[in-house]
Design a protein. Structure first.
Length: 635
């Protein structure tokens, strides 16, 4: 009920600053207010108050001092955190929940746990002052010297998820993360004064054989600790029914927890997760337990439960043990049930990402939903590992914007407690699409799956791309409309040639016009650069499909030059690989990017014979340029 009330309140104030200015003339001017914290305020409350003073100063043009509650009240106040001014009962709120309440000429911002107050301050700045943290380098702070606060604020918020994680450039920026409720610590260090976050002890994925019972330490001397697969022992997975394997992993897990335990944290997670391969154990005992449970998750949950019990017995009440429901363990077991201190991370890697998860006509997603619902019947702590990126050709457009909101809603409505939206985690080497836009939208959705996403979408585009943002929005709408059909799907390993369906030459020409119109409207060099950078994804798609300037139906020099220009522009923007994997970095062999499709520009396709042909290709390219120039020179 509390989250429903929170949702209604969030929707009712979604227009934020404009609403406040227009409808509450009877309120008090913010420029006359003093910011107050407790005399013994926590470092987080003080940090929150200082951030509030800084941003209110930018909004109103006034300077703000931060006083303590040891001073007498003298005029309007914004009271931050726990103070003697007024006490609030937040015992029923989860970490990160907060209230914003006004009484006369005083506004109180107070939160639960380590993150509530700082989230409340950023929520206040967003809802009542119109501020937005769109990405790591773009913060929107409106100027309003006459900002008025209403006297009837009665707002509350509770997080929809206990854990949220994304992984692009913006996700690694602490202020972006805090401002948008991102609390995962895998890619971003959030300091205690910023409220901290939810972290993993050690690695957060594929830890069995790599972090625990390492194959490098044990396989040579004790191969029986490891999986028997296709009749041979393999170092790639563990034998989960071997008592000695359990003994080693339990001891190592307890040692890792003892060395890294933070008793003040709301939760810490230790990951016991299968390695990223299909070499599960087929020994007699593992096979019997899996057969009994109808899935390889039978051995996994049984094993993880045993370690989780040992952790609980050792007195670690705020430690959760997580494991995967991933590929061969995705189907839930029929007999064994996860313990209360076990997190099951259900991974959507096989899904279609152009249809919503609840699209019954999409077989891949229907199967995932069946597993989600089945896990929900036996596990009270499900996390989702979702995917929002093309790992095959990351530079290419990934038109999944139409499913983002509904999918996050589905997760929440199925009692999911945590969400990791894996995107372009190697973004610094492959940043040529809309990764930060997608990250912003996802982070806002994880804050509240029922927001007005269109408003957030438009705000981001305007702030990042400038006055021509509407043209880019139209482009995104066009590519999204061509992303899937009833029989065509969008996977995370999508060929660029199959990314869009039914795009005519007229559609392509219109998209080119939209990008040019957006560039013509740019008013700053940063806006212009942002447009050029995101346009790389569109140029890549055209190149992969031999369309427009990359068409083979023209003099060869022209399409070769277009490919050469694209390659050089990608590198100029720091894009140095096609997709995921160390063998996907760009080759220095010119012939690859001059005549081959862009998927084959990487070292993966840099065979010796291409290097041998490269000098001749460069001579041919130079010759074709001379021929073209000769016949097209002005007379």
């Amino acid at each position: 009920m509390k989250k429903l009330i929170s949702l209604i309140l969030c929707i009712s104030i979604c227009c934020g600053f404009a609403f406040v200015s227009a409808a509450h003339e009877e309120g008090f001017f913010v420029k006359n207010a003093t910011i107050v914290v407790g005399a013994n305020a926590s470092q987080t409350d003080r940090y929150a108050a200082e951030k509030l003073a800084y941003y209110l100063g930018r909004v109103t043009g006034s300077e703000y001092t931060v006083a303590t509650d040891s001073t007498a009240k003298d005029g309007a106040e914004i009271v931050v955190g726990e103070t003697a001014r007024k006490q609030f009962d937040l015992s029923s709120y989860d970490n990160g929940g907060y209230i914003i309440k006004s009484e006369g000429d005083t506004v109180y911002i107070c939160g639960a746990g380590t993150r509530g107050t700082i989230y409340g301050v950023y929520g206040f700045l967003e809802k009542y002052c119109g501020c937005r943290w769109y990405r790591y380098d773009t913060v929107s702070v409106p100027s309003n010297a006459q900002l008025v606060l209403p006297t009837d604020i009665d707002d509350s918020y509770e997080p929809f998820f206990e854990y949220t994680q994304t992984d692009t450039n913006s996700s690694r920026d602490p202020e972006f993360s805090v401002a948008n409720g991102h609390n995962g610590l895998v890619y971003c260090a959030l300091s205690p004064e910023q409220g901290g976050g939810v972290g993993y002890i050690g690695s957060f994925a594929h830890t069995l054989t790599t972090q625990f019972c390492k194959s490098a330490d044990y396989f040579e001397t004790n191969p029986e600790y490891f999986a028997l697969h296709n009749g041979k022992r393999t170092p790639n997975q563990l034998c989960l029914t071997n008592p000695k394997t359990l003994e080693i992993v339990t001891a190592e897990a307890l040692a890792a927890i003892k060395a890294n335990h933070d008793p003040s944290a709301s939760v810490q997670i230790l990951s016991l997760t299968q390695h990223d391969n299909q070499d599960y154990c087929e020994c007699k005992s593992c096979k019997a337990l899996d057969r009994e449970n109808g899935s390889q998750s039978g051995t996994m949950i049984t094993f993880v439960n045993a370690v989780a019990k040992a952790v609980e017995d050792a007195g670690y009440t705020n430690i959760a043990i997580d494991t995967f429901a991933y590929q061969y363990t995705r189907k839930p077991p029929t007999k064994v049930v996860p313990r209360d201190n076990v997190i099951v991370r259900l991974c959507s890697i096989e899904c279609c990402f152009g249809h919503t998860m609840d699209d019954e006509k999409c077989n891949e997603n229907a199967a995932f939903m069946a597993d989600l619902e089945a896990w929900g019947k036996i596990c009270n702590r499900i996390y989702i590992w979702d995917y929002v990126n093309n790992y095959r050709e990351t530079i290419c457009i990934f038109p999944n914007f139409n499913v983002l909101q509904r999918n996050v809603q589905i997760f929440y409505e199925n009692n999911v407690k945590g969400v990791y939206e894996e995107g372009n985690y190697y973004i610094s080497e492959c940043d040529g699409e809309f990764g930060d836009l997608r990250t912003y939208l996802l982070q806002k959705l994880m804050q509240n799956p029922y927001i007005d996403l269109e408003t957030e979408f438009d705000g981001y585009l305007a702030a990042v791309y400038g006055p021509g943002w509407g043209y880019i929005k139209e482009f995104i709408e066009i590519i999204t409309a061509h992303a899937v059909t009833d029989r065509k799907h969008l996977t995370i390993y999508q060929e660029a040639k199959k990314t869009l369906y039914g795009m005519t030459n007229a559609d392509i020409a219109h998209c080119d016009e939209l990008w040019q119109a957006a560039m013509n409207k740019a008013t700053t060099s940063q806006q212009f650069r942002n447009i050029l950078q995101s346009r790389l994804s569109w140029r890549y798609w055209k190149c992969a499909n031999a369309k427009a300037e990359f068409s083979r139906l023209q003099f060869p020099y022209l399409w070769m030059k277009a490919q050469d220009d694209l390659y050089n522009d990608l590198k100029a923007f720091g894009v140095i690989r096609v997709g995921e994997g160390d063998n996907r970095y760009f080759s220095e062999c010119d012939i690859l990017h001059l005549i081959r499709e862009p998927f084959k520009w990487s070292v993966l396709f840099d065979e010796p014979y291409w290097d041998a042909l490269n000098p001749y290709m460069l001579k041919l390219y130079a010759f074709l340029e001379k021929v073209y120039t000769f016949f097209n020179a002005e007379t």
